[in-house]
Design a protein around this ligand. Structure first.
Ligand code: ADP
Ligand code: MG
Length: 474
């Protein structure tokens, strides 16, 4: 059999697969396409520049070993990057980069001096009357990388944050968008990035601000006729961190001004870090042009922490507070509070407090009481599994049928209803709903939701299904 790009890559993959975690293999190697083999150089196509950087950062050694095994000592690897079409209407194009040649690929920070046209630039953080251009970073040093524990649920976001902190404006993660549900560490990570940059590059101007405060400042500036000052102020920042950008939804004036600030910063090699409670595809009432900017860099999700991570977060918290607690208590708390790190911390703080006020040891019983309060107080979110179960029962089919690929009308409708309710009653992203309901993609879920909306208006029988099911969920 003759050696082809395909056969070489296939052997490399077999070797790589034996040497890394299945999840990592799936994420970073399955999407790669072998393109061509000439002499001893294998060209592989990767989906984005970020992808390429990640491979070079984490897997270059492994790739080299695999390739050397196949092609000998002089083996070479060439990446072909499928660039997303981000500027204007040009066709997507590709860029070729040889492996381990980072220096030439990453043009470094351009520190373009910004000449302020207005020497009396007004700083929106300054109380009127005091003229001061010193910019406070608004960072909270207690939120740093040291106490942001790593786990599978946050590894990508955390590493990307680190990469940004090492080279603000100098990676392709610009903007870096961190998204995830409530209490999963978005704000913490956003501060950590800023704090780390201030440590490494004290001369850079870093600013952390919530999207809400940013909006208020903007509205103020419009009222006071200082909109230009507002814009100029933000254009001076080297690293702009905006927390909870979902708050901008529906606020077109603020979105517009942010769009201009963003472009200016991006063009000048400045770093933008954003957080949001949703992935860009799921954001509503955010202008398309802004959403497309969000997608320029990297969107990294903070997922629910797994058990191991929950345990280490609790242990770390106890350690920092100098408190000892029996393992069985820590494990009990970690086992029962699963979806929210803020609550996890809340429960342990409450336990520490109770034990020190009452000067008694924390018993499992006390832990049970505290945990119960926490779990009860948080409104239980119906799960996608539960929704599928209820919808299947209602239509007298099993869940596997509902998820199956069949196009039979009543099954399709049941599936679409399940997707519709999952969108309505959970915070899951369209992509995550799709993957849980029969491995569909986000477009299918979106289509399902629209179809259900339409049928609800035109079809009486269908409307009845929706009403019945809605009752079952509330
Ligand atoms: P969000 O902004 O996503 O709602 P926060 O950043 O406010 O969440 O995090 C909630 C709490 O959980 C904070 O006290 C934060 O320090 C803590 N926390 C979140 N992620 C981690 C982590 N990986 N390691 C340690 N503490 C964490
Ligand atoms: Mg937050």
């Amino acid at each position: 059999m003759s050696v082809t790009a395909n056969s070489v890559w296939k052997n490399c993959l077999a070797f790589i697969q034996d040497n890394i975690q299945p999840q990592a293999f799936k994420t970073w190697f399955e999407p790669i396409k072998p393109i061509k083999l000439s002499d001893n150089a294998l060209s592989i196509q990767v989906p984005s520049k970020f992808f390429y950087e990640w491979l070079e950062e984490h897997y270059v050694k492994l790739l080299k070993v695999a390739l050397t095994k196949e092609l000998g000592e002089n083996a070479k690897l060439v990446y072909i990057i499928k660039m997303e079409n981000t500027y204007g209407n040009r066709e997507p194009f590709t860029e070729q980069i040889p492996s381990s040649n980072r220096g030439s690929v990453n043009p470094q920070e351009m520190d373009v001096p910004i000449k302020s046209k207005n020497p009396e630039l007004k700083n929106p953080f300054v109380i009127p009357g005091i003229r001061n251009i010193k910019i406070e970073s608004q960072l909270n040093p207690n939120y740093n990388f040291d106490n942001f524990l790593e786990g599978d649920s946050n590894r990508l976001a955390r590493s990307a944050g680190m990469a940004v902190a090492n080279k603000p404006g100098g990676t392709s993660f610009n903007p870096l968008l961190i998204f995830g549900g409530v209490g999963l560490g978005k704000t913490h990570l956003a501060h950590a990035i800023g704090v780390e940059i201030k440590d490494k590059y004290p001369e850079r101007t870093v600013l952390y601000i919530s999207a809400e405060k940013f909006t208020q400042q903007y509205i103020e500036s419009v009222k006071k006729n200082t909109r230009n000052d507002f814009i100029h102020f933000y254009q001076l920042i080297d690293v702009l961190i905006i927390d909870d950008v979902q708050f901008l939804s529906g606020k077109s004036g603020t979105q517009d001004v942010f769009f201009h600030i963003f472009n200016h910063l991006h063009q000048n090699g400045k770093q933008v870090v954003l957080t949001s409670d949703k992935a860009p595809v799921d954001m509503q009432d955010i202008e398309q042009r802004l959403l497309s900017r969000f997608k320029w860099g990297l969107s990294a999700e903070l997922q629910n922490p797994d058990y191991e991570t929950r345990i280490s977060i609790l242990r770390n918290k106890l350690y920092r507070d100098g408190v000892e607690m029996p393992d069985e208590i820590v494990e009990y708390v970690a086992k029962h509070i699963k979806t929210n790190i803020r609550e996890l911390e809340g429960a342990i703080i409450s336990l520490i407090a109770q034990s020190s006020f009452n000067k008694k040891e924390v018993t499992l019983e006390l832990a049970q009481q505290v945990v119960e309060k926490f779990v009860k107080n948080t409104k239980r979110e119906v799960s996608i599994d539960y929704i599928q179960k209820v919808v299947s029962d209602y239509f007298e089919m099993d869940v596997a049928t509902l998820q199956s690929k069949t196009r039979k009308r009543h099954i399709v409708q049941a599936r679409q209803l399940a997707m519709f309710f999952a969108k309505k009653f959970t915070k899951a992203s369209l992509a995550s709903i799709g993957s849980q309901i029969g491995k569909r993609d986000h477009a299918t879920v979106l289509h399902a939701c629209k179809t259900v909306d339409n049928l609800a208006e035109t079809d009486k029988q269908f409307r009845k299904y929706i009403e019945d099911l809605t009752k079952k969920f509330s």
